[in-house]
Write a protein that binds this ligand. Structure first.
Ligand code: BCO
Length: 565
């Protein structure tokens, strides 16, 4: 069942095609805190062993396709082999050690999985980023994290090269490409020649594993650092009840590899249960391709942001009865009850909402088979204890609006981020009494069902992207037309919410064609920072509402957008 990817990698051993013997995935109880845990050795190598003993069926662990007809199928044994090689590339070729940081900016190419698991094996802390990042975003990430290595593609290599001299910590640049590039190590050929012998580190559960850059109301993104506990959480009994994956399942998670949803849905969830992870190399989002893929391949479960399901529904396809699809999950932004109803009507399937942040992974959700309440994003998943709290950390009574809080005292639960790296002030800011304050507003009913209401601050959630207004305002400020701007969230029928910029123009631009100027400003933002942040709505104003101390009242503008004033 294996076709070597472009013939680059050594032919791995064939899977034994024996009947399934109902082999069980390794599990931990919700409150277990093993001193040591490593997803690569405890989970992946376990499945490899099951394959070798003929106790696991012939289903691949990894099934990757693209629109050009290329296909990669890897067994767990293949994954073990290739990721041990990746581990050797990191330690031997690049000289990386446990605890070093590595920036990982790849699209959905098979090497993304080799890098992530190679990092797990060596204890190198990986920092995923979306391929939409631009030179400035990359510079910020490299400087803030002091990353010693970066792995990316030839599209982004020039962007990295343009800032590399300002990143003294950066020692190794690894390229995933069919072509070589001066000053870059060729990851594919290094994997080919590396040894498949490697002993996985014995990581402590509390050792760092991954860092996510996450946007806030003020300033630039913070670094939410997670331990191996994030991976352990996927193996806890309560978490396994969320999707109830079997080894025969084929799971397709459509999240971009830069987000925590991809770490959970494209790595931890499928392999914690030994099922097949399906990946389609979507270069540009296209609902038609998604629908074709769901008809063509035996996919049984999907995970995607609500916008993906919404955009499929908006295409008004005549047939959405997918032959093998059984269970759909969604997270990243709010799902409207109407969208759930439409999806059910057209596909015969429910949309099961999950909720989480870069700091938390999945915290609550509608478990498979659980009673669903329209508009609710389900219940807390243990060992997290979610309560609705006020801004002092007091627990509020049922059906009262407050902040979503996750209990961190007397002990921080497995899977919650450790802290914001190098930022004890921000780490302290989100601690609220006995809770981590997510900053998201919600209510909880008497049965524990949680109803999302929105952000409590100025952070924008557009199409499932968390966007800091300051990041967009700073990008706009670089354009000569902009005297000042205020960026807020605005409702949108396709994307839930979009970024809207209120802009005061410099006098010499007042006479310019406004439509043309809007396009130019949008293009400008797309060119200086990750394009998903660009303002899809722009309004020119003569002044911005401000407090007497001169602070922009974004809340006022936001309320106006949502018709609340
Ligand atoms: O709409 P436009 O065409 O004007 O602009 C789009 C792109 O075309 C453009 N773009 C992309 N790459 C570019 C580029 N422009 C220039 N250079 C490039 N290299 O920029 C705009 C990007 O917007 P987009 O990403 O929203 O694009 P699109 O294609 O409409 O995708 C729609 C969605 C729904 C697929 C996408 O928005 C999406 O994937 N959203 C979900 C994000 C997500 O997974 N969030 C989860 C975060 S983790 C979390 O919440 C915790 C949960 C446990």
């Amino acid at each position: 069942i294996h076709k070597a990817f472009h013939g680059l990698y050594p032919a791995p051993q064939q899977l034994r095609c024996q009947a399934l013997s109902g082999v069980e995935a390794p599990r931990w109880n919700d409150h277990d805190r093993p001193e040591e845990f490593n997803f690569a050795s405890h989970i992946l190598d376990y499945w490899t062993q099951m394959e070798k003993e003929g106790k696991k069926g012939p289903e691949p662990a990894f099934w990757w396709v693209n629109s050009q007809g290329d296909e990669v199928k890897w067994s767990f044994s293949d994954l073990t082999d290739l990721t041990r090689r990746a581990a050797n590339v990191f330690t031997q070729t690049c000289g990386l050690q446990q605890g070093d940081n590595l920036a990982l900016i790849l699209p959905r190419v098979p090497e993304w999985w080799l890098v992530t698991i190679g990092c797990l094996r060596t204890g190198v802390v990986f920092i995923p980023g979306t391929s939409q990042l631009k030179a400035k975003d990359i510079l910020y990430r490299l400087q803030m994290s002091g990353a010693k290595a970066i792995v990316t593609t030839d599209t982004l290599a020039p962007e990295v090269d343009s800032v590399a001299s300002e990143c003294p910590a950066l020692k190794a640049k690894l390229l995933v490409s069919d072509h070589s590039h001066e000053g870059w190590l060729d990851f594919r050929s290094l994997i080919k020649s590396a040894s498949p012998d490697h002993t996985c580190i014995k990581s402590k559960t509390e050792d760092p594993m991954v860092i996510f850059f996450t946007s806030g109301t003020t300033g630039y993104p913070k670094m939410a650092k997670h331990s191996h506990g994030l991976a352990l959480r996927s193996c806890l009994l309560s978490c396994r009840k969320l999707l109830q994956l079997k080894t025969s399942d084929v799971l397709w998670c459509l999240s971009d590899p830069g987000w925590i949803l991809a770490i959970v849905g494209c790595l931890l969830e499928p392999w914690a249960s030994g099922c097949t992870l399906f990946v389609h190399r979507l270069t540009q989002f296209d609902p038609k391709v998604i629908v074709q893929v769901l008809f063509k391949y035996p996919i049984t479960q999907t995970i995607a942001a609500p916008g993906v399901y919404r955009m499929i529904l908006q295409q008004k396809f005549t047939n959405l009865r997918f032959p093998t699809l059984e269970h759909c999950s969604t997270g990243g932004e709010a799902l409207l009850p109407e969208e759930l109803e439409q999806w059910r009507k057209h596909t015969g399937l429910l949309l099961h909402e999950v909720y989480g942040q870069s700091e938390t992974g999945i915290t609550c959700g509608v478990l498979r088979g659980m009673k669903l309440k329209l508009g609710s994003m389900g219940k807390t998943i243990s060992p997290f204890d979610i309560q609705i709290i006020d801004d002092k950390g007091h627990i509020l009574p049922p059906n009262t609006e407050g902040y979503i809080g996750i209990r961190i005292k007397p002990s921080r639960p497995t899977g919650l981020f450790m802290y914001y790296e190098n930022n004890p002030e921000k780490t302290a800011e989100v601690e609220c009494g006995d809770f981590y304050n997510t900053g998201d507003r919600a209510t909880m009913d008497e049965e524990g069902y949680i109803w999302f209401l929105g952000r409590g601050d100025d952070v924008i959630n557009a199409s499932g992207y968390r966007i800091g207004p300051v990041e967009v305002e700073n990008a706009l400020a670089e354009h000569p037309a902009v005297a000042e701007s205020a960026v807020v969230s605005s409702p949108d029928s396709t994307r839930g919410e979009v970024v809207k910029a209120f802009i005061v123009l410099n006098s010499q631009f007042l006479s310019h064609d406004k439509e043309q100027l809007i396009k130019e400003l949008q293009q400008h933002v797309k060119s200086v920072t990750a394009p998903y942040k660009y303002p899809r709505k722009v309004e020119f104003v003569t002044e911005l509402p401000k407090t007497i101390t001169g602070k922009i009242k974004r809340k006022e503008l936001r309320k106006k957008e949502f018709g609340q004033m």
